[in-house]
Design a protein around this ligand. Structure first.
Ligand code: HEM
Length: 405
């Protein structure tokens, strides 16, 4: 057999997607071709079964992120820990970050997070309709992030502009704009490092000061890598919450019974959020490359070929989650979903993401009587999966405004 012959294409992610179409395609691949090859984005493998995805996540000694951590590969970026580093180089960055994102630290921020969310939501509701991604989630995710990062007002204002601009550039796949907005975020990271070096904050309560205070073998982390880590965190924290919010609103606009249940019983929102994370996993393009040739699902994958871990498909794998396309409260194995990944790169921001999304859902339901989709939804390309534009019309509770604000 000619091992240099081109690999036939099993899957084309470049076809125009609508809200449900990608999931139908992944169901087809899980059934017919679970380890699929695509020619798109320079060629990559797509793992669609839960078992394969979680095995690769859990074997960082073979499947590394330092060559390519996402499909499509972002050609112009520098190295940014922790995502671009493999253990053990990766470890000190996570050790610095994890305590600042603990359940206890994030719970303390809950009242301020709620205020950020209300500040963006109430004007949108007053308008009666608008885009829940661009005019709500994209704004609050940046404000919440700024709060956690202790950004001074000038940098917060800059992030409020540069953050959504970057998100929009990514979602609309405009590479020049992606590059220029990414550089603005890099400049912000540098300014923040200079600020904390001049006026340090308590490393137990400030992410930048925690990176600057970290020592490995008695040495500080290289300053350019601290800048890279901050730039990395700036972006991972401000894309997925918006996409998941858009997905949840679409689901709830279609499923009025669930909308009512969650409005009447807000204590069930955390359980609903976990099922939404499973059903509408916002990422499908995080990737690894193998350090040597491997075989997965009977397919030969060469060293250095990109392998996308399609978490959005793994989380609808019928062998793990029965009746996978249906929203089911309290699935016995819901904790096994892979929306936040697995292994050493497991999402550092799970507590922050859960806290802000639970509060956003609670505030949205509490301050409305109903909502409907009011126009065409626009879907994100790789590496995300989900909408980045969701026009919605809101019905407000009777007497709203007398009591709610
Ligand atoms: C719904 C929201 C979110 C989802 C679904 C999500 C998902 C993920 C996933 C799947 C990874 C692993 C990538 C890989 O293994 O290649 C990851 C990594 C990461 N996430 Fe999140 N994320 C979310 C929100 C956040 C937020 C709000 C933050 C804010 C701090 C954050 C910080 C990070 C960081 C720092 C990493 C890199 C971890 C490492 O490389 O060790 N994430 N996230």
């Amino acid at each position: 057999m000619d091992t240099n012959a081109p690999i036939p294409e099993d899957y084309n992610p470049l076809v125009k997607e609508e809200f449900d179409t990608a999931h139908k395609e992944y169901a087809r691949l899980r059934g017919q071709c679970p380890v699929a090859h695509s020619d798109a984005y320079g060629g990559f493998w797509a793992l669609t079964k839960y078992e394969d995805v979680q095995k690769v996540f859990s074997a960082p000694e073979t499947f590394i992120t330092s060559v390519q951590n996402v499909v499509p590969k972002v050609a112009f970026s520098g190295r940014r820990p922790p995502l671009h580093f493999d253990p053990p180089e990766h470890t000190p960055y996570r050790a610095a970050l994890n305590p600042l994102l603990s359940d206890e630290k994030i719970s303390r921020l809950a009242p301020a997070i709620r205020q950020c969310i209300r500040n963006e939501l109430l004007p949108l509701l007053a308008r009666g309709e608008g885009d829940v991604c661009g005019e709500f989630a994209s704004l609050f995710q940046v404000k919440v992030f700024s709060l956690w990062m202790n950004l001074p007002p000038d940098l917060e204002a800059q992030l409020a502009e540069a953050g959504p601009a970057f998100v929009k550039a990514v979602e609309s796949a405009q590479s020049d704009l992606m590059k220029s907005t990414s550089l603005v975020l890099y400049d912000m990271a540098r300014a923040l490092v200079a600020l904390r070096k001049a006026t340090p904050m308590d490393p137990e309560n400030d992410p930048v000061s925690a990176f600057l205070a970290t020592r490995t073998n008695g040495e500080p982390l290289p300053e350019e890598m601290v800048v890279g880590a901050i730039r990395q965190v700036l972006v991972v924290g401000i894309v997925a919450p918006m996409i998941l919010m858009g997905n949840m609103v679409i689901h709830l606009a279609r499923d009025k019974a669930l909308q009512k249940t969650l409005r009447d019983q807000p204590e069930r929102i955390p359980a609903a959020l976990e099922e939404f994370l499973r059903l509408y996993t916002p990422y499908r393009g995080f990737a690894r490359t193998a350090k040597h040739d491997v075989e997965i699902g009977g397919r030969s994958i060469k060293k250095d070929e990109a392998i996308a871990l399609i978490m959005a498909s793994a989380n609808r794998d019928e062998d793990v989650f029965p009746d996978p396309d249906t929203f089911i409260f309290d699935r016995p194995n819901i904790k096994e979903h892979l929306a936040f990944g697995r292994g050493p790169h497991y999402c550092a921001g799970t507590n922050l993401a859960r806290q802000e999304l639970q509060i956003a859902l609670d505030e949205l339901l509490k301050n409305t009587r109903d909502f409907e989709i009011a126009g065409e939804i626009l879907m994100s390309p790789f590496p995300e999966l989900g909408p980045w534009y969701v026009p919605v019309k809101f019905a407000l509770p009777v007497g709203y405004g007398d009591s709610s604000a």
